[in-house]
Design a protein around this ligand. Structure first.
Ligand code: SAM
Length: 602
């Protein structure tokens, strides 16, 4: 029996903690420190290991009584562990608060983003507590195009029920004109009067209309003076307030504040489409892109030809009737099928499957393809065993799943592994760590509601010849970094053809190598543009061309893009300051994102 003093000093939990920090310790090492000492015949590490093995998945819910079922754990030690767990839980819960505080009209607008495009009139109420924290958002009425019918009672009843201190109302004008009608003004008068009588403040009444909005904040009176909230009269769009875009070649760029796009479909413990690490994704640029699209383009159908994460298509699905997504990666296609497809899916069934997967203990599993290749490298050995087991199990049960359920499980797995991968966000390399965190947990994805969606996995240039759409969004790779190589683990996991893997990064034979990452990029881009049949071409690109790092250098210059697009139609160029992916050895200072908009009919 090894005694703790037989273990070399540096490997003892306490010494290791002090020397290398908590991340170098396994769960049982950490527990050994909490326990302090073992018992006769069983050292503290062995004791800790037994507890971890026994309660691995239920550890956080373990009771004093449960702990005492482990040989060597008496009431004192059991209490010690239970108290430590409770303490951590308490702090964790305190930090989990997902409060949304409303301080300005902008906060309101990002919570009611979807109203801008509604064809019917809506009246939405935000109920706030005394600290301006959102208690609930409620749709009070949905009316005819030019008439919204409601009674103050419908607004105040939830306010009493929710114990709200104040209310903000948001109403949309499908006509596109945000100016208040006579009816709006009389509604504001009635509601604010009722608010005074009821002791509930009406902080603001905002009318949203397409790209603009009108705030009654000032008119709602002196009562609001001391509020930590700002807005006034007619304002620019939700986007205009955040972004100032300029035609790039005429005026030098102005500093533009970074914004974060609010995706309204939030479901706790589920992955949203944007919850993954992906180089070049446009999540943080989405408002800027759509502020330009809204002004410059018209149409019903939108094609995202290099769709990547699909975040651009997701927002486009709120603006256009028909969405087409294309990307040549297998993993991206599986993700689109899960998030966007309208196929049959029994959510309860997939949730139960995921719950069962989360009860699997890696230590009980044999090695598999995934753990042999990636265990102890991109993932801990146990997590890799679980991931490989789950993937195999999905395949085995494929005939019992609908196509959507199958993609939904694969995507949930892809999103879940991204959260624990021992990488900077792609799979070109992993960190050399003595100990890789062992905490795989699978969460389901939360799908997007879209009207008509078509999904393709084709080379963009072949696909371009088949497109017939109003708007095509073109966001190709900008430099020599191949997406299929960066995300090869996701590709391998999706395809599950278990290829032989090579090199330290464990990559399969190359597939889907993009010409946009090679010297031929310019010619391929010219061909693509020439072949597309659409009214508008919208191209994203950035200015990493000046970068010192070879892999970060652009394959096409901005001038070349402009020239190629101008042959197709009148082209406007917009720019925005932006910070983006930097692998560490690249010196990007004056970073800009560009959006080219070509109207092929002009
Ligand atoms: C810059 S990323 C697009 C990012 C995307 N707009 C987003 O917001 O997530 C470029 C994408 O093009 C895909 N791609 C590269 N070359 C391609 C090709 N020849 N055909 C189809 N897709 C390609 C890559 O897989 C990658 O997902």
């Amino acid at each position: 029996m090894t005694k703790i003093k037989d273990i070399p000093k540096v490997d003892r939990p306490r010494e290791k903690f002090l020397k290398k920090g908590p991340q170098a310790l396994s769960k049982s090492d950490l527990l050994a420190i909490v326990l302090g000492s073992g018992i006769k015949g069983k050292n503290v590490q062995k004791l800790a290991q037994q507890i971890i093995n026994k309660f691995s998945k239920t550890f956080l819910d373990v009771t004093v009584k449960d702990l005492q079922t482990v040989d060597g754990i008496g009431p004192a030690k059991a209490l010690q562990i239970a108290a430590a767990i409770s303490l951590v839980k308490r702090f964790y819960e305190d930090g989990q608060s997902s409060e949304i505080t409303i301080k300005k009209s902008q906060d309101v607008l990002s919570l009611t983003y979807d109203l801008r495009d509604k064809k019917k009139e809506y009246l939405v109420c935000l109920y706030l507590d005394a600290r301006n924290v959102l208690i609930k958002k409620e749709v009070i009425s949905v009316g005819l195009v030019d008439k919204t019918l409601f009674h103050p009672r419908e607004i105040f009843e939830p306010a009493f029920r929710l114990n709200a201190s104040s209310i903000i109302l948001v109403h949309n004008h499908p006509t596109g004109n945000p100016n208040p009608s006579k009816q709006d003004k009389s509604i504001v008068d009635r509601i604010s009067y009722a608010g005074k009588i009821n002791g509930i403040e009406i902080t603001d009444f905002i009318i949203v209309a397409g790209n603009k909005h009108y705030s009654f904040f000032k008119e709602l009176g002196d009562k609001n003076k001391n509020l930590d909230y700002v807005a006034e009269g007619v304002q620019g769009t939700l986007f205009d307030l955040l972004e100032i875009e300029k035609p790039a070649y005429e005026i030098s760029a102005e500093k533009i504040q970074e914004t974060y796009f609010h995706v309204p479909q939030i479901k706790k413990n589920h992955f949203q489409l944007q919850n993954r690490r992906y180089i070049g994704n446009k999540h943080k640029l989405i408002e800027w892109i759509f502020s330009i699209l809204d002004k410059e383009c018209e149409g019903k159908s939108f094609t995202d030809i290099f769709a990547g994460t699909g975040v651009v298509a997701a927002v486009a699905s709120k603006h256009f009737d028909k969405i087409i997504l294309n990307d040549f990666l297998h993993s991206n296609q599986a993700i689109y099928k899960a998030f966007f497809d309208n196929g049959k899916w029994n959510q309860e069934k997939t949730n139960i499957i995921i719950r069962d997967y989360n009860n699997i203990n890696g230590e009980d599993l044999d090695e598999n393809y995934f753990s042999i290749n990636f265990g102890g490298k991109y993932f801990s050995k146990n997590s890799a065993k679980i991931i490989g087991f789950i993937r195999e199990n999905i395949e085995k049960n494929r005939e019992n799943l609908t196509k959507r359920e199958y993609s939904m499980l694969i995507s949930s797995l892809l999103y879940s592994i991204d959260k624990i991968a021992n990488t900077v966000g792609h799979y070109d390399a992993y960190f050399k760590k003595e100990f890789v965190d062992d905490n795989f947990f699978m969460r389901p994805i939360n799908p997007i509601e879209a009207k008509e969606v078509l999904i393709f996995r084709e080379d963009a240039n072949s696909f371009a010849k088949q497109i017939q759409t109003d708007i095509v969004y073109i966001d190709p790779p900008y430099n020599s970094r191949q997406y299929s190589r960066f995300y090869h683990v996701l590709e391998t996991l999706t395809k599950w053809d278990k290829p032989e893997l090579h090199g330290v990064a464990l990559k399969p034979e190359p597939e889907n190598m993009s010409d946009y990452c090679r010297v031929s990029a310019k010619d391929r881009f010219a061909e693509l543009v020439n072949d597309i049949n659409a009214n508008y071409l919208v191209v994203s690109y950035n200015n990493t061309y000046e970068s010192k790092s070879n892999s970060s250098k652009n394959k096409i210059t901005l001038e070349e893009i402009k020239k190629i697009l101008s042959k197709k139609g009148k082209t406007k160029v917009f720019e925005k300051d932006y910070r983006h992916f930097n692998a560490g050895n690249t010196d990007f200072n004056n970073h800009k994102e560009y959006l080219f908009v070509t109207n092929t009919k002009s």
